[in-house]
Design a protein around this ligand. Structure first.
Ligand code: SF4
Length: 715
């Protein structure tokens, strides 16, 4: 038996795993006792990884050879790799020649490795000359990115996992960490057991498993987070609980915020947020007066049309109380996906450039152009996720390349997404799994390697970079994602007849070496990190040349990466939900994760035992709503929004507030069928969600849609 150290491919905790294999078969997996994220522990998903990679599952689910569809709605036929890549290069070159570079769009994934991301970013921005490259990280972390940059000056989570054990108050808001980041939550449980005086406050419209064990749960009304934080600051000012010395020495812009929160009185805030005034005061006191307060937050803040405002209002609280830059304190966003952070590091989004450089900065563009050896990098921001598919639906984007993600299930407003996939002249889907809904729209399917078969690096929530290693050969003819990008780029360059950056990468390590050089002198400088060094142990950035270790905690000296070295308070007014509930659509729909499933279930859905926790999709309603609608447990109901409808069994749950509904986001076509407003078939809960997004981060509102619920009627 061979043992290979690698990293779990699911969530952003980034647990180390040891893969056991015999020949070409993965036979087992266990937690890596030396990995600083998990110290040997794994959750239900991580500990069953090997069962999702058996020969039988591989045969049933994997894409094993390139396939092409000669016309839509026909069965795809095998094609050899060379012909497939040549055809892709011909089609993209033609579209670019006829309509310009912005007629091409690339939609990638936070599950790709950093090396994969780097190659595609260079291909799209350096060779094709468009910034139309975005990823499903737009659905995950872009509000956290914008929040950090607007206040602290850089996209860098300032805290680390060790802080979980050092905090006196954990303020968990918009995160069901018990289910979404299970191994981190085990660390929290350990810390609370060791230090019973540690307090935990949870803010969530639902009484999740995380909220259920909190010292205090603020069950706010959906979308009222910003007002809650403003109310907390109002109280802090009232009670003298801010840290004027820290504000004076290390920040700017406080007066505008003080003025803004003047109206956020406890009575107004408690009433609008739907919480008791006493709880508001107690949560504020714990946040401000605890020696060290650590905030943990995730999609409840990020997936919102006010996502950036929610992030900045929370960070404002840390700055106002000096709860940052010291052990056990700080705002700490939890990354949803395993490598959303790595994608940000290489600039793999429509508004970013390599090493946290900004597209809007001419110096940054010139630096990247010089690194890549091209005359320039386009200045116009590319289309972000929602915009990209809207542009394809409108006929502006004509060639789409989708890698390692399933927009036909996961993006909001599915009717528009499907129109985009149907209207695009040429769709390439680069995937490990043949089972995703998006595969059905592909003209060309390119088989990619996946966990256990590929090598590279990922960065977890605490800025820690870990190696991913191959334990077994690729399934069938699958190829590594970076290699597919490289081979396509070389063919495309020959057809575009323009100055091309080099894609002469023999290995993922050669990609890594170029990426790390691009970070020299930047906030995330990793010029001191080689594959050899990462093979010794995972490391946190920054890790510049000559460093002996990475930095666990940022801003301990009170200096921030802004022009004047000061953090900036953001004074952004609270805005109510853009699609409020009304008499026609009286329920607030909330979507989220289950404990044992991952994303669209391509991998976890292959394993019966992971359905033991939740066997089928349901809508959870408060018992009073079940009674009012005269619904028996499991009764089928129709959920209808302005965009579409789905049919689901309803179950009572006291964890969901009255007039609210919760549906897990994982279930796709075969489990959860729906209809668009025009009657065309859709799948999954995103038949209901809205394409609205945050104006700063462009992250969509996946946590709220106004719906109505009626008993299903069958003819
Ligand atoms: Fe994998 Fe996340 Fe579970 Fe760790 S907590 S084993 S990274 S799914």
């Amino acid at each position: 038996m061979k043992e290979t150290q690698s990293t779990c491919p699911y969530c952003g905790v980034g647990c180390g795993v040891i893969i056991e294999s015999q020949g070409a078969q993965i036979t087992g997996v266990r937690g890596d006792p030396h990995h600083p994220a998990n110290f040997g522990r794994l959750c239900t998903k991580g500990s069953t990884l090997h069962r999702t990679a058996t020969a039988e599952v591989t045969l049933q689910t994997r894409l094993l050879s390139p396939l092409q569809r000669k016309s839509r709605n026909t069965k795809p036929q095998p094609i050899d790799w060379d012909s497939a890549l040549t055809q892709a290069a011909d089609k993209f070159a033609q579209v670019i020649k006829d309509h310009g570079p912005d007629a091409a769009g690339f939609y990638l994934s936070g599950q790709l490795l950093t090396e994969d991301y780097y190659v595609f970013n260079k291909l799209v921005k350096g060779l094709i000359g468009t910034n139309n490259l975005d990823t499903n990280s737009r659905l995950c972390m872009s509000s956290a990115v914008a929040g950090y940059k607007q206040t602290l000056g850089a996209d860098a989570p300032p805290a680390c996992y060790e802080d979980l054990a050092l905090a006196d108050c954990l303020f968990i808001t918009g995160s069901n960490a018990a289910w979404a980041h299970p191994i981190l939550f085990r660390r929290i449980e350990d810390a609370r057991a060791a230090r019973p005086q540690m307090k935990m406050v949870v803010v969530d419209p639902r009484r999740t498993d995380t909220a259920a064990v909190a010292d205090l749960h603020l069950q706010i009304q959906p979308g009222t987070d910003v007002l809650l934080y403003h109310g907390m600051l109002h109280l802090m000012l009232d009670q003298g609980w801010t840290d004027p010395a820290y504000i004076a020495a290390h920040t700017s812009g406080f007066e505008a915020l003080r003025e803004l929160v003047r109206e956020a009185t406890p009575i107004t805030v408690a009433e609008t947020c739907g919480i008791a005034q006493a709880d508001l005061v107690e949560a504020t006191r714990l946040f401000a007066r605890s020696p060290a307060t650590l905030s943990l937050y995730c999609q409840g803040l990020n997936q919102s049309a006010s996502g950036t405002a929610k992030n900045t209002a929370l960070i404002d609280l840390h700055l106002a109380t000096g709860q940052i830059g010291k052990p056990g304190a700080g705002p700490f966003s939890l990354t949803g996906q395993p490598n959303a952070m790595g994608g940000r590091e290489v600039g793999g989004m429509a508004n970013l450039l390599s090493a946290h450089r900004d597209l809007g900065n001419a110096v940054h563009r010139a630096e990247v152009a010089a690194l890549w050896g091209v005359p320039d990098v386009p200045a116009t921001p590319g289309k972000t996720a929602i915009e990209m598919f809207q542009a394809a639906a409108d006929g502006q984007i004509k060639a789409l390349w989708i890698a390692c993600t399933n927009p036909a299930q996961s993006l909001p407003d599915q009717a528009t997404v499907r129109r985009a996939l149907e209207r695009a002249e040429f769709v390439v889907v680069q995937e490990a799994f043949a089972t995703t809904a998006t595969c059905a729209f592909a003209d060309l399917l390119l088989p990619a390697t996946t966990w256990g078969e590929k090598a590279g690096t990922v960065t977890n929530s605490e800025r820690r970079i870990s190696r991913v290693r191959a334990a077994v050969p690729a399934a069938g003819q699958a190829r590594d994602d970076w290699r597919i990008g490289r081979d396509f780029a070389q063919r495309l360059a020959a057809r575009l007849h323009r100055e091309s950056p080099s894609f002469d990468y023999p290995t993922p390590e050669s990609v890594w070496n170029e990426h790390r050089e691009s970070t020299r002198g930047r906030d995330l400088d990793i010029t001191g990190l080689s594959y050899d060094q990462l093979d010794q142990a995972p490391q946190q950035w920054p890790f510049p040349e000559g460093a002996r270790s990475g930095r666990a905690r940022l801003y301990e000296d009170g200096r921030f990466p802004t022009p004047d070295g000061r953090a900036r308070f953001a004074a952004v007014p609270y805005r109510a939900l853009a699609e409020p509930c009304d008499a026609h659509y009286p329920f607030a729909l909330n979507t989220g994760r289950l404990r044992d499933q991952w994303h669209g279930m391509s991998r976890t859905g292959t394993l019966g035992r992971l359905f033991g926790h939740a066997a089928e999709p349901t809508v959870q309603l408060h018992p009073t709503d079940m009674a009012r609608l005269q619904l028996a447990p499991g009764a089928l109901v129709q959920l209808q929004s302005r965009r579409g409808s789905v049919l689901l069994p309803a179950h009572a749950s006291p964890d969901v507030a009255p007039a609210q509904a919760f549906v897990a986001m994982h279930w796709g076509g075969e489990y959860l069928s729906g209809r668009a407003a025009d009657g065309s078939p859709l799948a999954g809960v995103n038949a209901l969600t809205q394409p609205l997004y945050c104006p700063d981060s462009r992250q969509p509102e996946l946590k709220h849609a106004a719906i109505r619920i009626e008993p299903a009627v069958f003819a």
